[in-house]
Design a protein around this ligand. Structure first.
Ligand SMILES: Nc1ncnc2c1ncn2[C@@H]1O[C@H](COP(=O)(O)OP(=O)(O)OP(=O)(O)O)[C@@H](O)[C@H]1O
Length: 249
């Protein structure tokens, strides 16, 4: 089967500094893949290259079989590649449901008419309510974003791109600042209610990555040093040296 994402020989330099060198790995349809590595390994740079915010200098990136060279981020999103919501389309004074409904309508090309109560408002509202209920936040749907806890906000952040029903969701530290229980709940929700969405998950907490991803890509100094199952990665001497330190994970 064609992988949803396939990287081959991807490189990125900042001047003389090689931030990414010869990056290659694949993500299967519906697969959850973790991306770990010490600070400065190049994880965020790789995210930006995959999503089109930075052009690579070398290599190819294919999404569902299509070469993404030169494709702007908005077209990548339209084709089913989403990342944690980073635009200004978040309104602290509006409720959780209203914010997510706006993301749904934005995706449907109907964003600005939201204010006028245009067509599709009820459907978008229903989708938002369903997403919140699935995430265990149904009781907070009518709470303004600014009144949610940090953990609840992170869950809403992750729900915004799900409004796009993406084929691939890239999550850069979605669990930062969450308790282990909140992190597990967020990732369980993603896998249970959105099994058709493949994930690329960056998280500093390796237990979260090992616990929720079928395979793990390990980066060090801009290179992939290992791709394997959590057990394989845990047992790998290079990974221990590079990322995990001398202590066994
Ligand atoms: N715009 C830039 N110009 C120059 N160097 C950059 C730029 N962006 C990133 N770098 C460098 O590229 C390297 C990789 O950074 P990146 O943020 O991708 O790593 P990371 O694995 O995400 O790290 P962290 O876990 O700390 O977020 C770092 O040495 C960083 O200083």
């Amino acid at each position: 089967m064609t992988p949803i994402l396939a990287l081959s020989g991807v490189g990125k330099r900042f001047g003389a500094f090689a931030a990414l060198t010869d990056i290659g790995f694949e993500i299967g349809e519906r697969e959850a893949v973790g991306l770990i590595g010490p600070n400065g390994a190049g994880k965020t740079t790789l995210f930006n290259v995959i999503t089109g915010f930075l052009p690579p200098d070398a290599g190819s990136i294919r999404f569902a079989g299509q070469d993404l060279r030169g494709m702007p981020p908005t077209r990548r999103v339209a084709r089913g590649m989403a990342r944690t919501f980073q635009t200004a389309m978040v309104f602290p004074g509006l409720t959780a449901r209203e914010n997510i409904a706006m993301a749904v309508r934005e995706h449907a090309g109907d964003g600005l008419r939201w204010f006028g109560g245009g067509r599709g408002t009820a459907a978008a509202d229903d989708t938002a309510a369903r997403l919140l209920a699935e995430a265990g936040l149904g009781h907070r749907a009518d709470t303004p974003l600014r009144d949610l806890s940090h953990g609840e906000r992170r869950i809403v952040d992750a729900l915004m791109p799900l409004a796009l029903s993406p084929r691939l969701l890239l999550l850069d530290e979605p669990t930062a600042g969450l308790t282990r229980a909140e992190s597990d709940r967020l990732l369980d929700m993603l896998r249970r209610h959105h099994p058709g969405t493949a994930l690329l998950l960056v998280a500093h907490d390796i237990d979260i990555v090992f616990g929720h991803c079928a395979r793990v890509v390990v980066m060090e100094l801009g290179r992939v040093i290992r791709v394997g199952t959590p057990d394989e990665v845990r047992a790998d001497a290079d990974v221990r040296r590079a990322y995990l330190g001398s202590a066994a994970p």
